[in-house]
Write a protein that binds this ligand. Structure first.
Ligand SMILES: Cc1cc2nc3c(=O)[nH]c(=O)nc-3n(C[C@H](O)[C@H](O)[C@H](O)COP(=O)(O)OP(=O)(O)OC[C@H]3O[C@@H](n4cnc5c(N)ncnc54)[C@H](O)[C@@H]3O)c2cc1C
Length: 136
């Protein structure tokens, strides 16, 4: 139990440290994720939140969630709703208006959703949202 508490404490960034209920909601969210998460305050956070246009790098989201499944996208959106924060979707992060980063919200990163499946008879293809045009 103590090890669990220490692990959770080290995972929580300053932006979402709070009540037991908030901590439990975060832990529940982490448990559901296939992908990974980087929280405000963790060493990799500044790199994880950065976007192409450096003028938006002063924005400080609560966390960056690297979704690896459609279920992850759903869980992330539901979690944002549960804790009442905004979220933004980020693919390549090249947008010049700053819309792929959000202050005090959740960056929902889709770069790992990059699978292509083609039917054997080539009658259909399943292409996930972050497949670049070159690969298609
Ligand atoms: C140096 C530079 C050169 C450029 N040159 C060109 C050019 O020649 N021609 C051109 O057309 N554009 C150009 N752009 C613009 C760029 O192509 C667009 O900003 C493009 O949207 C970037 O794609 P991205 O995957 O990086 O988007 P992101 O910045 O990740 O996202 C862009 C927007 O789409 C949303 N979004 C991303 N993925 C999803 C998703 N799966 N579902 C819902 N919403 C989503 C984001 O929330 C955001 O609002 C250039 C940009 C830069 C920085």
């Amino acid at each position: 139990m103590l090890r669990f508490a220490i692990l959770l404490f080290s995972l929580l960034g300053p932006g979402i440290r709070g009540s037991t209920a908030q901590d439990a909601a975060l832990q529940d969210f982490i448990n559901k994720l296939d992908g990974s998460i980087i929280l405000q305050g963790q060493p990799q956070f500044n790199k994880a939140k950065s976007v192409m246009s450096s003028q938006y790098n002063n924005a400080v989201p609560l966390m960056v969630v690297y979704c690896t499944s459609e279920e992850d996208v759903k869980h992330t959106m539901l979690y944002a709703k549960q804790i009442n924060v905004t979220f933004c979707v980020r693919a390549g992060g090249h947008d010049m208006t700053g819309s792929s980063i959000c202050d005090s919200g959740i960056v929902l990163d889709v770069t790992r959703l990059n699978q292509i499946i083609v039917a054997q008879d080539k009658s259909w293809a399943y292409i996930q949202v972050c497949v670049s045009l070159g690969r298609v």
